[in-house]
Design a protein around this ligand. Sequence first.
Ligand code: ZN
Ligand code: ZN
Length: 366
Amino acid sequence: MSAAGRAERLAERVAERDLDALIVGDLVRPGDSGPDAIANVRWLTGFTGTSALAIVGPEERLFLTDFRYTERAEREVHESFERARVEGRMVAELAKRLHGRVGFDDMTTSVHWLRRLEEEAGEGVELVPVQGIVEDMRRTKDGGEVEAIAEASRLADDVFEWTAERGLAGRTEADVARAAEARMRELGAEPSFPAIVAAGPNGAQPHAEPGERPIGPGELVVIDMGAKLDGYCSDGTRTFASGEPGDEAREVYELVLASQLASLDALRAGIGGAEADAVSREPIEAAGHGEHYGHGLGHGVGLEVHEAPRLGKTSEDILRVGDVVTVEPGVYVPGRFGVRIEDLVVVAEEGTRNLSSTPKELRVVG
Ligand code: ZN
Ligand code: ZN
């Protein structure tokens, strides 16, 4: 789908809501946006810089950036957009360009900038809070996006293999994490988030930060990492053993694997995020570990490593063809160890296509 096609479809959704235009972009730190905050603008226009806002309506395609990015905008932003260079503050220029009923996303707008917009917009501008219009469209990945994510996932799988071959016992979590991230960069990608390496008792904290304690023999080691290529993220987790981990750890490992396989089996277009989550929880609860599985089954992945839809107890999302989501049940036994197994899949016409290829039987890497 070209940028022109995306803008066209967005304009239709804007019109359906009786809006004259929608502001797309980051109104928390306009002019200095991180990659997640500016993901909607990137998806809509192709622009890869850190300072931009867009206005889209049935009659309008406007792209605003500052002097640092005018050349890049000429190169990257689709020609269906009028490209304007902002001389002063982004929000002041934005305010000048508004007319009629204008939607803004109140999830990505600070109170400060909303007040400034209200003050500076002319008479007759009505600012209307809306939520997640672009995020909802971004859920459905086209072929090129799926291939970018699949390629990022393949690259991360190479790094899983490379990490396992080097062994874990005797190295610190931080060393393993740093080495994996450096390997990703050598292979031409960026980490999509700081790698998590959590051994033994640290593994019982789902988002532990890698520490300086050497990994002992026979510990379970949760490694959660992803690569980012051309702006698109991957996300995957494997749990390895640094030597024979013992019967209890093996039992929990098999339990999480059974849950993960059952969830993958159940995933398809039309299933609810809450329903899929319940499938994953069933075997874990039956084994008495329900309280040790404290997070949801998964989340969407794309330009952001966490995006729509969500798979979890309170999710109201229904899976659609083109969604790319993680499937990542886990069991965390406090003070002892944790197990999480995470694959990345794309929802297809029938079932799913798995973008993760690292084997899932428990690997004892020493
Ligand atoms: Zn992950
Ligand atoms: Zn994840």
